[in-house]
Design a protein. Structure first.
Length: 420
C-alpha cells in the first residue's frame, strides 16, 4: 500500500517516502509527524520551565497554577468542536490545522511581552485556542490517510515523531537556561522560532486529505452535515467519550507530577527541565510498538492499561521510597508509557467508528470530552493541594483513578456479556 502512495506523492511533489520502520505509513503521516516534532520542541521548551517560572518566579499559588494547568488542558476544548466542524464542512483540514499552528506560533512570541501571572495565562489561553483548532483536523488527516486496520501504527508513528520534539524541547530549554543570562526570555525567543518553522513545514509538505467517495445525487442535495449530537448516538463513540471523561477527571497533570518529584529529589531549578526528558524518551521509544500492540490486542484495552501505569507512578510518589534513581525511573518511565498507551491509541480507537465526512468532528467530540474532564481534574487537584498539601491531594487523585478504572472495567465486562 505504501509503495503506491509514496510514488504518487513523489510524482506530485509531496513528501518523499520515509525509510526503515516508517516505510509502512503514507507520506502525509510522516510530514505531519515532522511538523509536530518541530512544534513540540517549541511547546515543550515553554512547558518545561513554566511551573517554576510561574510558581517560583512570579509567585503563583498552587490553586492558581491548578486553574492555569486546567486552562492549558481544557478551557478551549469547545474550540476543538469548532475546528472539527469547520474542517468537515469545508474539507480544508490542512487550512484549519495551519490556522491553529500559526496562532500558537504568534503566542510564543507574545510571551516575551507579558510579565504577570494572569497576562501569561491569557497568552497561554490563546495558545491553547490554536491547539484546540488544529488537533482534530490534524488527527483526521492521519486517520483518513490509512485503512482502519493500520490506525494504531499510523498514530504510533506520528506520536513517536511528535514525542521526539517533546524530548528535544526540554533539552533545548535546559541548554538555553545553562548559557543565557536572561534565561526565561531566551527560552521564549527560541521557542517562537521553532513554532514558525513548524508552520512553514506544514505549508510546504503536508497534503490535504483525499476527498471522500462521490455520493449519489439525492445525498448531494442535502449538503448540511448532521448535528453533532447525532455522533453521540454511535454506541462505540459514546462509550469512548464516557471512558475518556471518567478517567480524565482523575488524571494528574504531568506538571504536578514533576513538581512533586522535584520536591522529593530536592532538585535545583536549573535541572527541572530535564524531568520531562525522561518521560519523552520513554514515550518516543514506546509509541510505535504500543500502537502496533493496540492494533493486535485491542485499543480500548491498551488505553485502560495506560491509566494503570499512571496509577502506579502516583502510588510510587506516595510510597516511602528513597529519593534517587529508582524513584526517578519509577515515575518517569510509567508516565511515558501512559502517554504512549493513551494519546494516539484513543484517536486510533475512534477513527474507524466514524464516517469520513464526520471524522474530524467526531474526533473533536472525543477530545473535548477528555479535555473538559482534565480541566475539572486540574482544578480539583490544585484546590486539594492548597487545602491539604501535595501528598493528600495525590492520594485522593490516585484513589479516584483506581475507582474509575474499576468502574470502567465492570462496565466493559457487562457490555461483553450482553453482546455474547
Amino acid at each position: 500500500m505504501y509503495l503506491s502512495t509514496s510514488r504518487a506523492s513523489d510524482i506530485a511533489g509531496g513528501t518523499p517516502a520515509p525509510k526503515g520502520p516508517l516505510r509502512t505509513v503514507p507520506g502525509t503521516v510522516f510530514a505531519l509527524g515532522l511538523v509536530s516534532l518541530v512544534t513540540d520542541v517549541s511547546a515543550e521548551m515553554v512547558t518545561a520551565v513554566l511551573p517554576l517560572y510561574l510558581m517560583a518566579g512570579l509567585g503563583m499559588s498552587p490553586l492558581a497554577f491548578g486553574a492555569l494547568d486546567g486552562l492549558h488542558q481544557g478551557a478551549t476544548a469547545l474550540l476543538r468542536l469548532v475546528g472539527g466542524r469547520i474542517a468537515d464542512r469545508t474539507r480544508r483540514h490542512k487550512l484549519v490545522a495551519g490556522t491553529g499552528y500559526a496562532l500558537s506560533a504568534a503566542c510564543k512570541a507574545a510571551l516575551l511581552a507579558v510579565a504577570t501571572p494572569w497576562s501569561v495565562a491569557a497568552v497561554l489561553a490563546a495558545d491553547r485556542t490554536g491547539k484546540g483548532l488544529r488537533t482534530a483536523p490534524r488527527d483526521a488527516l492521519i486517520s483518513l490517510s490509512v485503512p482502519p486496520g493500520e490506525q494504531g501504527r499510523a498514530f504510533g508513528v506520528h506520536r513517536a515523531l511528535d514525542t521526539a520534539g517533546a524530548l528535544l524541547g526540554p533539552l533545548a530549554a535546559f541548554g538555553v537556561l545553562w548559557v543565557a543570562v536572561d534565561g526565561y526570555e531566551a527560552v521564549f525567543t527560541v521557542s517562537a522560532c521553532f513554532a514558525v518553522l513548524g508552520v512553514v513545514l506544514l505549508a510546504l509538505f503536508v497534503r490535504e486529505a483525499p476527498a471522500p467517495a462521490p455520493t449519489p445525487a439525492p445525498a448531494r442535495a442535502r449538503p448540511a452535515l448532521p448535528p453533532v449530537r447525532t455522533l453521540l448516538r454511535l454506541r462505540g463513540l459514546r462509550g469512548l467519550c464516557l471512558t475518556a471523561a471518567v478517567l480524565g477527571l482523575f488524571t494528574v497533570g504531568d506538571a504536578f507530577l514533576y513538581l512533586l518529584l522535584q520536591r522529593r529529589l530536592d532538585l535545583s531549578a536549573g535541572y527541572f527541565p530535564l524531568l520531562p526528558v525522561g518521560t519523552a524518551a520513554v514515550f518516543l521509544l514506546a509509541a510505535l510498538p504500543v500502537g502496533r500492540l493496540a492494533d493486535r490486542l485491542g485499543r480500548r484495552r491498551v488505553f485502560l492499561g495506560g491509566h494503570v501505569l499512571l496509577l502506579g507512578a502516583c502510588l510510587l510518589l506516595l510510597a516511602p521510597v528513597p529519593a534517587g534513581a529508582l524513584l526517578v525511573v519509577g515515575v518517569l518511565a510509567p508516565l511515558g508509557l501512559f502517554y504512549a498507551a493513551t494519546d494516539g491509541v484513543l484517536m486510533a480507537a475512534a477513527g474507524p467508528l466514524l464516517p469520513a465526512e464526520l471524522r474530524t468532528t467526531g474526533l473533536a467530540v472525543l477530545q473535548t470530552a477528555q479535555a473538559l474532564a482534565r480541566f475539572a481534574g486540574s482544578l480539583l487537584f490544585g484546590w486539594a493541594w492548597t487545602l491539604w498539601g501535595p501528598g493528600p491531594a495525590l492520594g485522593l487523585a490516585a484513589a479516584g483513578l483506581l475507582l474509575s478504572l474499576a468502574a470502567v472495567s465492570v462496565c466493559d465486562g457487562v457490555r461483553t456479556l450482553r453482546s455474547s
